[in-house]
Design a protein around this ligand. Structure first.
Ligand SMILES: *Cc1c(COP(=O)(O)O)cnc(C)c1O
Length: 447
């Protein structure tokens, strides 16, 4: 069929993260419904990765759709310099009410990458505005991922994703995340893969890699709290991170939590930062923020940061903004998503999914001791490595698993040989069990 959607797509579209030569036919999706994606032939797929980690309440949620429609009929967009509107202010009020720590201001942008760009610019300009010309260094973790724009790439692990641009990326001091147990890099070059010895605040404080850091030159540290997502769903220890954050705070270093993936219940708490006692100065949100309905980014900061921009000198202004800053439609869907998230039934689902994951982790380890490793979970996140071929993003097993899972009505998209689950919270116990069964079947088939 020459006029099929697939054929038309192949004439005009360039897909993200997709080698274009020999690209397999994309699957035309015609409808989303709760936990399911439905294709043009009527096949239903359980969306076990929340459509790239964004869909937290399921697809085409009627409540979010209704709020979106109401907003679209009222005010769809307005310039956000010199104007304001109810959804933006209400959303900021509500976010400040639930964020851990002491945030006082919300800056809006368009997505996760812009949220981290804004955070980095705020942190660097904080020191510039305050006259500390030397505090310009940025700390980030090995295996980190903070987005695909240049600033976000710069603070991300140098990897196959960044290879063509490495020379143009600004300098960042990479250090190991305070690791425990199950670390296995999916994308990093070999030197990013070593196990960290840092696993408690005491060990951290005396650890060699930190002794060489010129703290008085460090502007900020950016980190994905507890789970490094695109780096391979690597999980690390709250105690170790808490120790590191305390040290950074002691040194005056601005702490930037990138909760673009971990925010809004993913890790079992509303925000992963709530697992630590030391809190960030800046937090980045996107992905689940609107329930996955609209693109929206948030960078929230504490009064300490905001104050540095509260000056007579016009040069101390934060000269940053996007055409769609605080888009009313996006803000309205974020408010609707928060309504759903705060319902008891949603919080119960998150707990239930967490418990199901833990039971599955134990049974998978028992039944496939040789072909699985590093089985780990945190909240609604679950991950393990398949022992086959080389570890890493380019491991071709990923596509094979995606195809086998799709044939069984489940959508998975492993990061190389790292298979992970990140279901929307509306997944029922039965739907999740079906996903587990499919993973088991695939493991048996590939053995
Ligand atoms: C996905 C992601 C980003 C980038 O968000 P985009 O909306 O894809 O630009 C940044 N940080 C983390 C931790 C992410 O998982």
């Amino acid at each position: 069929m020459p006029n099929s959607l697939k054929a038309r797509d192949k004439q005009v579209i360039w897909h993200p993260y997709t080698p274009q030569k020999y690209m397999p036919d994309p699957i035309p999706i015609v409808k989303g419904e709760g936990s399911y994606l439905i294709d043009a032939d009527g096949n239903r797929y359980l969306d076990a990765i929340s459509s790239w980690w964004v869909t937290i309440h399921g697809h085409a949620h009627p409540y979010i759709a209704e709020k979106l429609y109401e907003q679209a009929k009222t005010l769809e967009q307005v310039i956000f310099a010199g104007f304001t509107h109810e959804p933006a202010v209400r959303l900021a009020e509500r976010l400040l009410g639930v964020l851990p720590g002491h945030f006082s201001r919300v800056f809006y942008s368009d997505n996760g990458s812009t949220a981290t760009e804004v955070a980095l610019k705020m942190a660097l300009q904080y020191w510039w505005n305050n006259g500390y010309q030397k505090r310009t260094k940025i700390l980030a973790f090995n295996n980190s991922y903070h987005g695909d724009t240049f600033g976000a790439m710069s603070v991300s692990q140098r990897s196959i994703f960044t290879k063509a641009f490495d020379e143009k990326l600004f300098e960042v001091v990479f250090v190991n995340a305070p690791a425990v147990g199950s670390r296995q890099s999916a994308i990093g070059p070999a030197k990013g893969r070593e196990q960290s010895a840092v696993n408690s605040p005491e060990v951290f404080a005396g650890s060699q890699q930190w002794e060489t850091i010129p703290w008085e030159e460090v502007a900020c540290i950016i980190y994905e709290p507890l789970v490094q997502g695109a780096g391979g769903m690597l999980m690390y220890d709250a105690e170790g991170l808490d120790g590191l954050l305390k040290k950074c705070r002691q040194e005056g270093v601005i702490c930037i939590a990138d909760e673009v993936m971990t925010g809004f219940g993913r890790t079992g708490k509303l925000f992963a930062s709530a697992y630590m006692s030391a809190q960030p100065d800046i937090i980045c949100l996107s992905k689940g923020l609107t329930g996955g309905t609209m693109a929206l980014g948030v960078t929230a900061c504490t009064h300490r940061i905001y104050e540095a921009f509260l000056q007579e000198d016009k040069l101390k202004t934060f000269f940053h903004g996007h055409s769609f800053t605080a888009n009313p439609l996006a803000c309205a869907t974020a408010l609707a998503s928060l309504d759903l998230l705060e319902e008891k039934s949603c919080l119960n689902n998150i707990d239930r999914i967490s418990r199901q994951h833990q039971a599955f982790a134990a049974s998978l380890a028992k039944d496939f001791p040789a072909s699985t490793k590093n089985i780990r979970c945190l909240g609604t996140l679950f991950a393990f490595e398949i022992v086959q071929g080389k570890d890493g993003y380019l491991n071709t097993i990923s596509r094979e698993i995606t195809e086998k899972a799709l044939a069984r009505g489940v959508y998975l998209r492993p990061l190389g040989n790292t298979v992970y689950l990140m279901p929307p919270y509306c997944f029922t116990a039965e739907e999740l069990n079906k996903v587990y069964d499919v993973i088991r079947e695939i493991m048996v088939e590939m053995a």
